[in-house]
Ligand binder design. Structure first.
Ligand code: SF4
Length: 244
């Protein structure tokens, strides 16, 4: 495991260098558990993903890249009103019309291309069946998603977790920021390394990963913004540096 720096002596970790040791591993494990317990105790179940159908989950996961969820909701409402939020309707919809409908989600032409690539792959390789596309071994399904133009690891993991019920951790900007400020990762760690941190420290359970990611989003929106508002944050009592 990568060495990620040393917190103050009063911190979760104590005594000795924080890399390649079982002490480090168990500290990470207990910190990730404590974070989860504190957040769950404060906020309770988050009932994610905020969508009615799996199609909506996938479309939302693609449209939410680099934009606020409220913008995605407006785009999804447009698709619903136009009665095209089904895989067959999306397949038959001209790209320009799709782009216009999802305009509220920002960079809509790029996102229309990405959504179009997903829909094309779904029909060409899985006859329009999301179940077939996401079924089976998780890493194989993940590779399939990552092979599609415009689907990066965060989007792939969101689709696998919330539409495929696979136990994969979704690492978003909030996750990285909170971990960094609590000395559990640094900016050099890749997406895959941060994901691995959760997979090796926690039991790979879909329900746990579903809730944990949603809780990170909640605390990120309420407290751990670009300028941290630590006062009253459920993680305030844990060692941290809001300036990181
Ligand atoms: S707001 Fe402060 S206490 Fe809360 S998660 Fe961010 S750094 Fe930690």
């Amino acid at each position: 495991m990568q060495c990620v720096g040393q917190p103050p002596s009063a911190g979760v970790h104590s005594g000795g260098p924080l890399c390649h040791t079982s002490l480090y591993d168990s500290s990470i494990k207990s910190s990730l558990r404590e974070i989860y317990n504190r957040l769950f105790h404060s906020y309770g179940p988050q009932h994610w993903w905020p969508a009615r159908t799996k199609t909506e989950v996938v479309v939302g996961a693609i449209l939410t890249q680099n934009t606020a969820w409220s913008n995605v909701e407006r785009a999804i409402q447009n698709l619903k009103r136009a009665k095209v939020l089904t895989w067959s309707a999306l397949r038959d919809l001209p790209a320009t019309e799709l782009a216009e409908l999802i305009r509220p989600s920002g960079t809509y032409e790029v996102k229309a291309k990405r959504l179009g690539s997903f829909v094309r792959y779904l029909w060409e390789d899985h006859n329009g069946s999301l179940r077939s596309m996401l079924n089976g071994d998780m890493e194989t399904a993940r590779e399939r998603l990552l092979s599609i133009h415009g689907i990066g690891p965060e989007t792939a993991d969101a689709i696998l977790l919330y539409a495929g019920n696979h136990p994969t951790f979704v690492v978003d900007a909030y996750t990285r920021r909170i971990l960094r400020r609590h000395y559990l990762c640094d900016h050099r760690m890749s997406y895959e390394k941060v994901r691995e941190l959760f997979h090796s420290a926690l039991s790979p359970k879909t329900r746990l990963f579903n809730e944990y990611h949603a809780l990170f989003v909640t605390v990120g929106k309420r407290h751990c913004r670009s300028r941290a508002r630590c006062l009253g944050c459920p993680l305030e009592g844990m060692v941290h540096d809001p300036a990181l």
